[in-house]
Design a protein around this ligand. Sequence first.
Ligand SMILES: [Zn+2]
Length: 266
Amino acid sequence: MPILNYIDTHCHLDGEEFDADRDAVVQRAREAGCRKVFLPAIDVATCRTVLDVCRTYPGYCYPMLGLHPEEVRGDWREQLAAIRPLLTSSSPLAIGEVGLDYYWSREFEQEQLEAFEEQVRWSVEIGLPLMIHCRKAQNELAAILKRYARKLPGGVFHCFTGNEQEALQLLEFPQFVLGIGGVLTFKKSHLPEVLPKVVPLDRIVLETDAPYMAPVPQRGQRNEPAYITHVIDRLATAYGVSADDICRHTTATVRRVFGQAFAGEE
Ligand SMILES: [Zn+2]
């Protein structure tokens, strides 16, 4: 088997699902060719667990800090007030995950909009990229980003699963790229046709969203960074290139968006 060289840009490795065997998961990731893993927080509590795990695997795991839209409730202002100082005291790679999610509920629709916009302003102020989560709210999300478009340092629209129009709308933000994971391998997914048609290979990064979204043939099981190899194979087929090409392009894109993770490397 050829030795791959890739980066998992979105992995909840701090989750309790990994408490029993986190070292083994990291070991399997390294053996599969995963060179770095980026961990998103979802609220104040997970900012702490993300930072803890990243301290345990220095130079391998990197933190991203923010308030996830599904965690936005009545106390969102207090949550943001507690997260903001961590951005300067603990040098995260990105702000995330942040965004809008109206899939389950619109109860905190207005609060989600305000919390997202506030974190977009942080991205501009501090110059950190955004790790963006978006479900059933793409137009609202794009409208907010448009107001800051020229000043935004960039980021990832994580777990992209949309159609051609949705991809094109997101690609209009030139500093942003799409995060592609296990959904690509699902039988009903249109991504294998949509992506090569409208998304240049240098606008994609790889992700697990582990423990969720395990690719076929591990679908339904706990996901982990080593399983990205199946996503790489499927992408290679879709674009008609080698697995190695997929790794080279996506890693170069990660470097462009998250330069800080490579400080000190050639
Ligand atoms: Zn996530």
